[in-house]
Design a protein around this ligand. Sequence first.
Ligand SMILES: Nc1ncnc2c1ncn2[C@@H]1O[C@H](COP(=O)(O)OP(=O)(O)OP(=O)(O)O)[C@@H](O)[C@H]1O
Ligand SMILES: O=C(O)C1=C[C@@H](O)[C@@H](O)[C@H](O)C1
Ligand SMILES: [Mg+2]
Length: 183
Amino acid sequence: MLLLNKNRRIAMKVIYLTGFMGAGKTTVGMLLGEKLDLPVYDTDQQVERAENASVKDIFSSRGEAYFRRLEERVLRELPTENAVVMTGGGIIENPDNRNFMRNNGTVVFLNTNIDIILYRLENDTSRPLVQGRKREEIKKLYTKRKPLYEDCSLSINASNKNPEEIVKELEAVLNASQLGKTE
Ligand SMILES: Nc1ncnc2c1ncn2[C@@H]1O[C@H](COP(=O)(O)OP(=O)(O)OP(=O)(O)O)[C@@H](O)[C@H]1O
Ligand SMILES: O=C(O)C1=C[C@@H](O)[C@@H](O)[C@H](O)C1
Ligand SMILES: [Mg+2]
Protein backbone atom coordinates (compact mmCIF):
# COMPACT_ATOMS: atom_id res chain seq x y z
CA MET A 1 0.00 0.00 0.00
CA LEU A 2 1.28 3.47 -0.75
CA LEU A 3 -0.09 5.66 1.97
CA LEU A 4 1.09 9.04 3.08
CA ASN A 5 -0.05 8.69 6.64
CA LYS A 6 3.06 7.72 8.54
CA ASN A 7 1.05 5.69 11.07
CA ARG A 8 -0.34 3.47 8.35
CA ARG A 9 2.60 3.47 5.95
CA ILE A 10 4.20 0.19 5.00
CA ALA A 11 6.43 1.23 2.13
CA MET A 12 6.43 4.31 -0.01
CA LYS A 13 7.99 5.14 -3.30
CA VAL A 14 10.35 8.09 -3.39
CA ILE A 15 8.86 11.51 -3.90
CA TYR A 16 11.05 13.33 -6.42
CA LEU A 17 10.63 17.10 -6.36
CA THR A 18 11.46 18.74 -9.66
CA GLY A 19 11.25 22.29 -10.87
CA PHE A 20 13.25 25.24 -12.06
CA MET A 21 15.98 26.90 -10.00
CA GLY A 22 14.39 28.84 -7.17
CA ALA A 23 11.02 27.08 -7.49
CA GLY A 24 11.17 26.10 -3.82
CA LYS A 25 12.22 22.42 -4.03
CA THR A 26 14.56 22.56 -1.05
CA THR A 27 12.19 24.63 1.11
CA VAL A 28 9.17 22.46 0.35
CA GLY A 29 11.14 19.20 0.40
CA MET A 30 12.50 19.81 3.89
CA LEU A 31 9.03 20.55 5.21
CA LEU A 32 7.48 17.56 3.44
CA GLY A 33 10.16 15.24 4.83
CA GLU A 34 9.47 16.56 8.30
CA LYS A 35 5.71 16.11 7.96
CA LEU A 36 5.96 12.61 6.55
CA ASP A 37 8.85 11.66 8.79
CA LEU A 38 10.95 10.70 5.78
CA PRO A 39 14.64 11.35 5.16
CA VAL A 40 15.37 14.02 2.56
CA TYR A 41 18.12 14.09 -0.03
CA ASP A 42 19.16 16.80 -2.44
CA THR A 43 20.95 15.74 -5.62
CA ASP A 44 22.96 18.99 -5.75
CA GLN A 45 24.19 18.39 -2.20
CA GLN A 46 25.04 14.79 -3.01
CA VAL A 47 27.09 15.90 -6.01
CA GLU A 48 28.85 18.50 -3.86
CA ARG A 49 29.62 15.88 -1.25
CA ALA A 50 30.96 13.43 -3.83
CA GLU A 51 33.30 16.04 -5.30
CA ASN A 52 33.97 17.99 -2.14
CA ALA A 53 33.27 21.14 -4.12
CA SER A 54 30.33 23.49 -4.73
CA VAL A 55 28.12 23.14 -7.79
CA LYS A 56 29.46 26.49 -8.94
CA ASP A 57 33.08 25.34 -8.65
CA ILE A 58 32.34 22.03 -10.39
CA PHE A 59 30.80 23.93 -13.31
CA SER A 60 33.74 26.29 -13.57
CA SER A 61 36.54 23.76 -13.11
CA ARG A 62 35.11 20.65 -14.84
CA GLY A 63 32.26 21.97 -16.97
CA GLU A 64 28.54 21.29 -17.15
CA ALA A 65 28.81 17.90 -18.90
CA TYR A 66 30.92 16.58 -16.03
CA PHE A 67 28.38 17.88 -13.51
CA ARG A 68 25.55 16.20 -15.44
CA ARG A 69 27.31 12.82 -15.33
CA LEU A 70 27.72 13.13 -11.56
CA GLU A 71 24.12 14.22 -11.19
CA GLU A 72 22.93 11.20 -13.16
CA ARG A 73 25.03 8.91 -10.98
CA VAL A 74 23.93 10.29 -7.61
CA LEU A 75 20.27 10.09 -8.64
CA ARG A 76 20.70 6.37 -9.15
CA GLU A 77 22.62 5.88 -5.91
CA LEU A 78 19.95 7.44 -3.70
CA PRO A 79 17.28 5.30 -1.99
CA THR A 80 14.31 4.35 -4.13
CA GLU A 81 11.94 3.91 -1.21
CA ASN A 82 10.78 5.96 1.75
CA ALA A 83 12.51 9.23 0.98
CA VAL A 84 11.99 12.70 -0.43
CA VAL A 85 14.52 13.62 -3.13
CA MET A 86 14.97 17.24 -4.18
CA THR A 87 16.51 17.37 -7.62
CA GLY A 88 18.71 19.84 -9.46
CA GLY A 89 16.79 22.14 -11.79
CA GLY A 90 18.28 20.61 -14.93
CA ILE A 91 17.99 16.93 -14.03
CA ILE A 92 14.92 16.50 -16.27
CA GLU A 93 16.89 17.49 -19.39
CA ASN A 94 18.22 13.93 -19.51
CA PRO A 95 15.46 11.56 -20.69
CA ASP A 96 17.09 8.66 -18.82
CA ASN A 97 16.73 10.62 -15.59
CA ARG A 98 13.07 11.30 -16.30
CA ASN A 99 12.47 7.59 -16.92
CA PHE A 100 14.42 6.61 -13.85
CA MET A 101 12.37 8.89 -11.60
CA ARG A 102 9.10 7.87 -13.20
CA ASN A 103 9.94 4.20 -12.71
CA ASN A 104 11.15 4.56 -9.15
CA GLY A 105 8.87 7.08 -7.57
CA THR A 106 6.29 9.77 -7.73
CA VAL A 107 7.59 12.79 -9.58
CA VAL A 108 6.24 16.17 -8.54
CA PHE A 109 6.75 19.33 -10.54
CA LEU A 110 6.78 22.43 -8.34
CA ASN A 111 5.25 24.79 -10.83
CA THR A 112 6.28 28.28 -9.78
CA ASN A 113 5.61 31.25 -12.02
CA ILE A 114 8.72 32.47 -13.88
CA ASP A 115 8.31 36.06 -12.65
CA ILE A 116 8.41 34.89 -9.04
CA ILE A 117 11.45 32.75 -9.85
CA LEU A 118 13.25 35.65 -11.54
CA TYR A 119 12.56 37.83 -8.51
CA ARG A 120 13.98 35.14 -6.20
CA LEU A 121 17.06 34.66 -8.35
CA GLU A 122 17.75 38.35 -8.88
CA ASN A 123 20.80 38.66 -6.66
CA ASP A 124 21.85 35.03 -6.72
CA THR A 125 25.53 34.29 -7.13
CA SER A 126 25.52 30.54 -6.46
CA ARG A 127 23.75 29.21 -9.53
CA PRO A 128 26.06 29.02 -12.56
CA LEU A 129 23.21 28.98 -15.07
CA VAL A 130 21.84 32.23 -13.66
CA GLN A 131 25.00 34.24 -13.16
CA GLY A 132 25.75 36.63 -15.97
CA ARG A 133 22.52 35.74 -17.78
CA LYS A 134 19.86 38.21 -18.77
CA ARG A 135 16.29 37.71 -17.60
CA GLU A 136 15.25 36.88 -21.15
CA GLU A 137 17.81 34.08 -21.39
CA ILE A 138 16.65 32.57 -18.10
CA LYS A 139 13.04 32.80 -19.28
CA LYS A 140 14.02 31.00 -22.49
CA LEU A 141 15.60 28.16 -20.52
CA TYR A 142 12.49 27.92 -18.35
CA THR A 143 10.22 27.81 -21.41
CA LYS A 144 12.35 25.11 -22.99
CA ARG A 145 12.25 22.99 -19.84
CA LYS A 146 8.64 23.43 -18.79
CA PRO A 147 7.26 20.62 -20.99
CA LEU A 148 9.98 18.31 -19.65
CA TYR A 149 8.96 19.01 -16.06
CA GLU A 150 5.34 18.46 -17.03
CA ASP A 151 6.15 15.31 -18.98
CA CYS A 152 6.93 13.11 -16.05
CA SER A 153 5.05 14.59 -13.15
CA LEU A 154 2.18 15.54 -11.02
CA SER A 155 2.11 19.31 -11.23
CA ILE A 156 1.58 21.49 -8.17
CA ASN A 157 0.88 25.18 -8.53
CA ALA A 158 3.45 26.65 -6.15
CA SER A 159 3.02 30.34 -6.97
CA ASN A 160 1.72 32.78 -4.38
CA LYS A 161 1.49 30.15 -1.66
CA ASN A 162 3.57 29.72 1.43
CA PRO A 163 5.56 26.48 1.87
CA GLU A 164 3.03 25.09 4.38
CA GLU A 165 0.17 25.58 1.90
CA ILE A 166 2.16 23.89 -0.85
CA VAL A 167 2.96 20.90 1.34
CA LYS A 168 -0.68 20.55 2.33
CA GLU A 169 -1.75 20.55 -1.30
CA LEU A 170 1.03 18.16 -2.17
CA GLU A 171 -0.09 15.69 0.47
CA ALA A 172 -3.66 15.85 -0.81
CA VAL A 173 -2.62 15.33 -4.43
CA LEU A 174 -0.26 12.49 -3.56
CA ASN A 175 -2.85 10.74 -1.44
CA ALA A 176 -5.46 11.08 -4.18
CA SER A 177 -3.08 9.82 -6.85
CA GLN A 178 -2.20 6.79 -4.77
CA LEU A 179 -5.68 5.80 -3.63
CA GLY A 180 -6.39 2.19 -4.33
CA LYS A 181 -2.87 1.36 -5.40
CA THR A 182 -1.25 -1.59 -3.74
CA GLU A 183 2.19 -3.08 -4.06
N1 LIG B 1 6.53 29.17 -1.18
C1 LIG B 1 7.47 30.09 -1.01
N2 LIG B 1 7.14 31.36 -0.72
C2 LIG B 1 8.08 32.31 -0.57
N3 LIG B 1 9.43 32.10 -0.71
C3 LIG B 1 9.82 30.86 -1.00
C4 LIG B 1 8.88 29.78 -1.17
N4 LIG B 1 9.57 28.66 -1.47
C5 LIG B 1 10.86 29.01 -1.48
N5 LIG B 1 11.03 30.33 -1.20
C6 LIG B 1 12.30 31.08 -1.17
O1 LIG B 1 12.81 31.08 -2.51
C7 LIG B 1 14.20 30.87 -2.52
C8 LIG B 1 14.53 29.63 -3.37
O2 LIG B 1 13.95 28.49 -2.72
P1 LIG B 1 14.68 27.07 -2.74
O3 LIG B 1 16.12 27.21 -2.43
O4 LIG B 1 13.85 26.18 -1.88
O5 LIG B 1 14.50 26.70 -4.28
P2 LIG B 1 15.08 25.44 -5.09
O6 LIG B 1 13.99 25.04 -6.01
O7 LIG B 1 15.57 24.42 -4.14
O8 LIG B 1 16.28 26.08 -5.91
P3 LIG B 1 17.53 25.29 -6.60
O9 LIG B 1 17.01 24.62 -7.82
O10 LIG B 1 18.46 26.36 -7.01
O11 LIG B 1 18.10 24.34 -5.61
C9 LIG B 1 14.64 30.73 -1.07
O12 LIG B 1 15.10 32.00 -0.64
C10 LIG B 1 13.36 30.37 -0.33
O13 LIG B 1 13.34 30.84 1.00
O1 LIG C 1 18.82 24.36 -13.55
C1 LIG C 1 19.96 23.86 -13.60
O2 LIG C 1 20.44 23.39 -14.64
C2 LIG C 1 20.73 23.77 -12.36
C3 LIG C 1 20.07 23.88 -11.15
C4 LIG C 1 20.74 23.71 -9.86
O3 LIG C 1 19.87 23.01 -8.98
C5 LIG C 1 22.06 22.97 -10.01
O4 LIG C 1 21.84 21.61 -10.29
C6 LIG C 1 22.90 23.57 -11.09
O5 LIG C 1 23.16 24.91 -10.73
C7 LIG C 1 22.18 23.52 -12.45
MG1 LIG D 1 17.47 23.49 -3.94
